[in-house]
Design a protein around this ligand. Structure first.
Ligand SMILES: Nc1ncnc2c1ncn2[C@@H]1O[C@H](COP(=O)(O)OP(=O)(O)O)[C@@H](O)[C@H]1O
Ligand SMILES: [Mg+2]
Length: 1040
């Protein structure tokens, strides 16, 4: 039957305010009239109106029934409830299915906008998917036509990071996820996806429950947020109609129900300005969907030669026919009503507007059953022939198609009853249905239940404490509860149940455990509805004994947002930006946006930090509020934004990232982390390393110098404190603005009484910036430098020279600024503005650290980082032992002697700190070399870098290695000198101390230091020897 052209139907729906929006006093910026929706720009008041096939108002005008169902408050209310939505959209899908058309329903929108609410629903407010299934079975139940057999199949999958996971299968999916194959007739399909035959709605409910459970565990284990994954539920509905002549006809319809990933980072604009623009695969399906929709809209508008990029992502491959093919398709765009989400909401509305232009050609899928079988047979014959022709080439695609066809033929020939029975047996096998499941443990004992960023996945997992003592951790040893996730230790917490009390205890000091936002170190009693955070990202709500639970079974209050606010508050966020809580919400929109950004960012930073730690990248991420006022000559600019300070603790390099850049990088880190979890070697080069960037200048702090005195020709000669964005002191700087004549000679007794006397005359002054003291930036790392930047009115921006390596900086800056003639504008400026003096941090690039000349080519036996690692840990152990002995064991020593020792220990500690720094810097240099040379770091633990080299870069590498080697020896010399000093110090101190326990301890440490020194000398000698051998080899050419 030829298809008629259908355009994609588009509906928008606006949800009520959520708690966070309510707390912040958000305003609704959407209004609806008939089919149109209007959005108002909260800054300008400007409005835009879009017409859709449906505009659903679910923002207000509703009441909650005692059973928790939201429905219209009064008949005059505009409110659209879940039932109305089904009647408008779901019913049409069902009707199409009965007629044999394929149908598809997408939910699009930013995270939290209500996609899952419309598709799946919450509690008694069931969404389109369950109602559609329920209605389908209701009608099936009324079928009395003996010649018509109705079959329903259910499948459920998730796409995350371009990998397909079958949600109806427990456990880990195969490496790389399920394969997508292409069949000439059928298009793209997922190889081996479970299609479960179902006979009732309750079976579908059970399957969905189990799918959600699998999705939740997978997302926690992988640290993947469901907001970046797509869920596709497919209901295949077949009607097999027996004809009079014994022939049968099969009419089939695939209903694809798609809950898309959050649209907030749908396009790659987030990566603008980032060196790594490629973006991660995590975003690929959603951004490709946008491109496909744009291309299809262009085609519908008559544009020629448009290539639709279906093949660019897994999602668009699978939905090819739903988009621009054989399907009747509906898109629901979910909208947030709040002013803070204006940008995202507008972009969703535009997206929906584009989608409604797409034209599909749906056809009825109906064929005689034997023809279907015949076609499959013919197809198989053709495939077999292809297979023969292909010979030894790659035939996996053909073979899998053959297998798929074969399976379909078997299925078609098997009776429906047989298939149902088979599915029932499989279900029972995998779910161990027996009495014990019914007897739910958590009804009787205290338990913890998961809280996910996605409310759909919250409360899905329950861990019960039915024994006196339970361990929870990654190892999941016998009798323990297994919990995987970022920062979870093999044994993380111990839970003890004593009578009617439950206690929790971190198993070790490094196991992060937070109760109600506060980090706990000791055994702590839990109360009903306490909030737990374990590791860096696992959240749980504790549910107490049945008696404690009372009637209030609801745990809705303690959602993800509640956890985040609580944690943010205890992390001191409210100090930086006032927390808009129920009591004092602010009207300032930008302030609320800032707060939202900040709170959203905190958990992501914690994850990034934990990933950095697991992958041993030594990089720390912190949120900082950048304030315009620090750069504004009036000092009043209110603009604020959240920026991310990134510090590499090894190289001491610092970067400032925008939020968008951080999110882009976070995706790439997630991807790297997933690979690592999958057991791959995570090798990064500078070209793809999300943790690395070239060095940049860092704003440290600024001060405001009032310019009014200049108007009076009075000098400024003062020390100013430079403050960073937090208001913390960064340095103190001496600045002089000295009125002078043309040549820079100081003016004498020439003070102007009124600035207006200067009008049309000449004004000259010298700006002198001499010293800058206590520069924190440099005292933290002596490899750094600083410079000053400022702009005087109507002059070009000025920079001082850069001064390196000293905490006490001499800028020696002196420059004359001339104004001739003095204008009113200048006088006004001087009266109202300040000179903003900014201090910028400079950093040496790793290349500069590495590159200097004059070293012969050499090859290097890698593996010396091991020496460094050993050395580092030895230095650590020795010194802490020394400290412990001196301070812990001072019984019987006079207090003043102990005090002296304490000071000396402090001295040693400082020396040690310096040594460690040198070791670390050397180590990082080697790491960088390894990266530059493309050497693979094997695994994350094994630091043996292997000695493979790429032939093409042989010479360059030799030079690099030679240089590194030279640097290494130089650094080593410093370390050895350090040891020498330390040894002398220990020896001389030892002599000063009388014969007591401490002397003994010093002697012990003297031996220890000597031993390390000897060992290091040996190491160096052997390194030198092997380097020399390698050098000789490399000179005499390879393979000799
Ligand atoms: N129409 C609605 N009526 C009432 N609550 C809603 C509605 N839409 C969404 N919500 C609520 O908003 C929150 C986020 O919705 P959800 O559907 O999970 O968002 P998404 O799937 O887009 O991330 C949920 O707590 C949900 O109950
Ligand atoms: Mg959702």
């Amino acid at each position: 039957m030829p298809g008629t052209s259908d355009s994609v139907k588009v509906a928008v729906r606006v949800r009520p305010f959520n708690q966070r929006e309510k707390n912040a006093g958000s305003k609704c910026i959407l209004s609806m009239k008939d089919k149109s929706t209007t959005i108002k720009n909260p800054d300008t008041g400007e409005t835009k109106t879009f017409a859709y096939d449906h505009s659903y108002w679910s923002h207000d005008g509703y009441t909650e029934t005692p059973s928790g169902v939201y429905e219209q408050e009064s008949p005059s209310s505009q409110y659209t409830d879940q039932k109305c939505l089904f009647q408008d959209l779901g019913q049409g899908v069902l009707d199409n299915a009965w007629q044999g058309y394929n149908a598809a329903l997408f939910a699009y929108g930013q995270t939290g906008s209500g996609k899952s609410y419309s598709m799946i629903g919450y509690g008694p407010n069931k969404g389109i998917v369950p109602i559609t299934c329920e209605e389908l079975f209701k009608v099936i139940g009324t079928n009395e036509d003996g010649k018509k057999q109705l079959r329903v199949f259910f499948s459920m999958l998730e796409i995350y990071n371009e990998q397909v996971r079958d949600l109806l299968l427990k456990g880990k999916p195969p490496h790389g996820g399920l394969k997508i194959r292409q069949n000439p007739k059928q298009g793209f399909y997922v190889e081996g996806l479970k299609q479960v035959p179902v006979r009732s709605y309750s079976e579908i409910e059970k399957l969905m429950e189990s799918g959600t459970f699998n999705r939740t565990t997978a997302s926690t284990n992988m640290n993947a947020t469901s907001s970046r994954s797509h869920m596709v539920i497919t209901i295949r509905f077949e009607q097999v109609i027996q004809g009079d002549s014994g022939q049968s006809n099969t009419r089939s319809s695939d209903i694809n129900l798609v809950d898309l990933a959050g649209s907030e980072r749908a396009d790659s604009t987030g990566a603008t300005g980032d060196r790594l623009k490629e973006g991660s695969a995590i975003n690929q399906s959603l951004s490709t969907l946008g491109n496909v929709i744009s291309a299809l809209a262009d085609i519908a508008m008559g544009k020629k030669k448009v290539l639709v990029p279906y093949r660019d992502s897994v999602l668009t491959k699978l939905l090819q026919s739903a988009l621009g093919g054989n399907s009747r398709t509906i898109m629901i765009a979910a909208l947030s009503p709040a002013d803070i989400n204006y940008d995202e909401t507008l972009s969703t509305m535009r997206y929906a507007d584009r989608a409604k232009k797409i034209q599909n050609k749906a056809v009825v899928n109906e064929s005689p059953t034997d023809r279907l079988i015949r076609e499959l047979k013919e197809e198989n014959a053709r495939l077999m022939a292809m297979l023969k022709k292909q010979g030894t080439g790659d035939t996996t695609d053909i073979q899998s198609m053959l297998a798929d066809n074969q399976r379909k033929m078997v299925d078609m020939q098997m009776s429906w009853q047989q298939r149902l029975e088979q599915a029932r047996q499989e279900w029972e096998k995998s779910h161990h249905i027996d009495g014990s499941v019914i007897d739910k443990e958590w009804m009787k004992h205290p338990y913890i239940t998961n809280v996910n960023e996605d409310p759909q996945l919250s409360g899905v997992i329950k861990h019960c404490f039915s024994k006196k003592c339970t361990f929870v951790g990654r190892s999941g040893s016998e009798d323990a509860i297994q919990l995987r996730g970022l920062g979870i230790e093999p044994e993380h917490i111990e839970v003890n149940v004593d009578g009617d009390k439950t206690f929790i205890k971190p198993c070790k000091a490094t196991a992060a455990v937070f109760v109600n936002g506060i980090k706990v170190h000791e055994q702590t009693q839990l109360k009903h509805q306490d909030r737990l955070k374990l590791g860096s990202a696992s959240l749980f709500l504790y549910i107490g004994y049945p008696e404690e639970r009372g009637n209030d079974g609801t745990t809705d209050t303690y959602d993800y947002n509640y956890f985040m606010l609580e944690l943010a508050e205890h992390a001191g966020v409210s100090v930086d930006i006032a927390t808009p809580r129920d009591t004092h919400h602010t009207d300032d929109l930008s302030h609320r946006v800032l707060f939202q950004d900040f709170v959203d960012l905190l958990p992501k930073l914690a994850e990034a930090n934990a990933i950095s730690e697991e992958l041993k990248r030594y990089t720390k991420f912190e949120a900082v509020v950048r304030s315009e006022a620090s750069h504004d000559p009036k000092g009043t600019a209110a603009g604020k934004e959240v920026i991310i300070k990134v510090t590499n603790n090894q190289t001491k390099k610092v970067w400032i990232w925008s939020m968008n850049k951080f999110y882009n990088r976070k995706d790439l880190m997630d991807e790297l982390y997933l690979k690592w979890l999958d057991g791959y070697n995570v090798v990064t080069t500078r070209d793809n390393d999300p943790f690395w960037d070239p060095v940049e200048d860092i704003f440290l702090g600024s001060c405001h110098i009032m310019l009014q005195s200049i108007g009076y020709c009075a000098e400024v000669d003062e020390h100013f404190t430079l403050h960073n964005y937090h208001g913390k002191e960064e340095a103190v700087i001496h600045v002089q603005l000295l009125p002078c004549d043309e040549k820079g000679h100081a003016l004498e007794d020439d003070i102007v009484m009124e600035p207006k006397d200067l009008l049309n005359k000449t004004l000259n002054f010298t700006c002198v910036i001499s010293q800058c003291m206590s520069v924190r930036w440099i005292s933290e790392d002596h490899l750094r430098g600083v410079e000053c930047r400022f702009t005087l009115p109507f002059q070009k921006p000025t920079k001082t020279k850069t001064v390196w390596h000293k905490g006490y900086v001499e800028f020696d800056f002196r420059q004359i600024y001339k104004y001739k003639p003095v204008t009113q504008k200048l006088l006004d400026y001087l009266h109202n503005n300040s000179l903003v003096l900014e201090l910028w941090g400079k950093q040496v690039s790793e290349d500069e650290q590495l590159h200097s000349d004059g070293m012969p080519h050499a090859d290097i036996e890698t593996g010396n980082t091991d020496i460094l690692t050993q050395l580092k840990s030895r230095v650590q152990v020795e010194i802490s032992g020394l400290e412990g002995n001196c301070l812990g064991g001072n019984k019987g020593i006079p207090e003043d002697e102990a005090e002296m020792l304490r000071e000396e220990c402090e001295q040693i500690r400082k020396e040690n700190f310096k040594l460690k720094q040198t070791v670390m810097v050397t180590e990082e240099k080697l790491r960088l070399l390894e990266m530059r040379g493309g050497l693979k770091r094997v695994g994350n633990k094994d630091r043996n870098m292997g000695a493979s080299k790429t032939a093409s870069s042989q010479t360059g590498l030799d030079v690099d290695f030679a240089k590194a080697l030279r640097d290494f020896f130089q650094e080593m010399k410093d370390i050895q000198n350090g040891f020498k000093e330390m040894r002398e110090f220990v020896t001389s101190t030892k002599d000063k101390i009388g014969a007591n326990g401490i002397r003994q301890s010093f002697e012990n440490h003297e031996h220890a230091i000597n031993a390390i020194d000897d060992k290091m000398t040996d190491c160096l000698a052997s390194l030198k020897k092997s380097a020399a051998t390698a050098l000789r080899k490399s000179r005499s050419g390879p393979d000799k």
